[in-house]
Design a protein around this ligand. Structure first.
Ligand code: ADP
Length: 421
């Protein structure tokens, strides 16, 4: 069995994944434990059971007695209420839960600064305000915070700047800002926050029932989104990652933060870098609305990347766009539709590629770097013809991703931390 030095634990949308890296940064082991039901996604004790289960599998595959660092990433914006002993009080409030309390949403809307990432209908801060009402509450913490604390095993729960950002944390002052109190939320319920990837404390070898050494450190974790970026291997100024999933999401590493609330853009600090990104409403969901996945291979074989259709599409499922243009009533542009499905498909790919290019141009305009390379993740990443169409537009090198697994990105964050501590 290979010897690992860093472990990343990813609490994703469908289950828990763990990844182990060796000293050279290569992946030496991975394990997965999927949630058995939709209810498990909301149950903190189930998360913990799946973490222990996946770590046990990992231990069967790799030697963990040389582990020097561990970190956890969680779904960004998933929160739970805990009592004074750190025990979860009821179900978690998940990242995509919509706050139903209009008075609470109005309070956040009134008092959060206009550029705060804590705004919006799924606002973690608004949901924290709802959790605050649970009886016996001592703290409101993020999913990753709580799992990391279980691994340390001493009851103290801390957070990281990436998870804390959307809950209202101020990255300039590195504090939970005073305006949060005006929403009616008690700031003292929130954990102390560390920079992502900074060492926190040594772990208890007994907590997870796998043989981590006594001096293994837990590092401040991150969100699944930041972890996915790091997993690709991108980390230098100008290195970009495009996610071609149901929606188009682009991210770029930058020396400076980019904040543009009108486009829904804010930046995460990861060690000495900033990760800035934007999410468009275009993406693979539009492709799927016209073509089943099993037809895409055949259609792609007919696509001629070097002979553009000239159809200037803006593929959307329904009216409205936020980034790279902010126009809540913007109409989809998917006509005229050629009788040839291959040509229609190609025009959609070109349309999404144009939005991608426009997105990177927008980030540059807003003070970010221009992209020096692009890595691609998500369902569309495997489409070679599409990559060629996109590269024709972007005119920068397209680089293979090291991994698409957030757990690997979190393990890489640990390695960065180890190199600096
Ligand atoms: P999600 O964001 O839902 O996790 P995925 O990363 O799994 O999405 O990607 C799914 C999307 O990728 C679908 O919308 C599908 O249309 C698109 N997709 C899958 N295969 C291809 C392909 N070969 N070419 C282009 N798009 C594809």
């Amino acid at each position: 069995r290979n010897r690992a030095i860093a472990v990343g634990i990813d609490l994703g949308t469908s289950g828990v994944r763990v990844a182990a890296l060796c000293e050279q940064g290569n992946i030496v082991g991975m394990a997965l434990s999927s949630y058995g039901s939709a209810e498990e996604r909301r149950r903190p004790e189930a998360w913990w059971r799946h973490v222990r289960h996946s770590l046990k599998q990992l231990a069967a595959e790799v030697r963990l007695d040389g582990i020097r660092g561990i970190a956890v990433d969680g779904t960004s914006g998933s929160l739970l209420a805990v009592d004074a002993a750190g025990k979860a009080l009821g179900e978690a409030s998940l990242y995509n839960d919509v706050c139903q309390d209009t008075a609470v949403l109005a309070a956040v809307d009134t008092h959060a600064p206009i550029d705060s990432a804590a705004r919006g209908h799924t606002s973690p801060l608004a949901r924290a305000l709802c959790l605050q009402k649970r009886g016996g509450i001592a703290q409101v913490v993020h999913q990753a915070d709580w799992i990391a604390a279980r691994i340390v095993g001493d009851g103290l729960i801390v957070s990281d700047e990436n998870n804390a950002l959307k809950t209202g944390f101020d990255l300039d002052t590195r504090s939970w800002p005073e305006w949060m109190e005006r929403t009616g939320f008690d700031r003292s319920l929130l954990p102390i926050v560390y920079g992502a990837g900074t060492p926190i404390r040594t772990v208890s070898p007994n907590a997870t029932m796998v043989d981590f050494p006594k001096d293994a450190m837990i590092f401040a974790g991150t969100t699944d989104g930041c972890a996915s970026f790091l997993a690709t291997g991108a980390k230098q100024h100008g290195e970009a990652v495009t996610s071609l999933g149901s929606t188009l999401v682009i991210k770029i590493a930058s020396h400076r933060p980019i904040d543009a609330p009108q486009y829904g853009i804010y930046s995460h600090r990861v060690r000495d870098m900033w990760l800035a990104g934007g999410a468009s409403n275009t993406g693979g969901a539009v492709i799927r609305s016209f073509f089943a996945d099993d037809r895409l291979r055949e259609l792609s074989a007919g696509v001629s990347p070097d002979q553009p259709t000239g159809l200037d599409y803006y593929p959307l499922l329904e009216p409205g766009e936020r980034f790279p243009v902010n126009d809540p009533v913007m109409a989809p542009r998917l006509t005229p539709r050629p009788s040839d499905d291959v040509k229609f498909f190609q025009a959609i790919l070109e349309g999404i590629a144009a939005v991608e290019k426009q997105g990177y141009d927008r980030l540059h305009e807003l003070g970010g770097p221009s992209a020096t390379s692009v890595r691609t993740v998500g369902g569309g990443a495997k489409n070679k013809a599409w990559s060629r169409i996109r590269q024709n537009k972007m005119q920068v090198p397209f680089v293979e991703s090291l991994s698409a697994e957030a757990a690997v990105g979190t393990a890489r964050l640990v390695l960065m931390g180890l190199q600096n501590s």
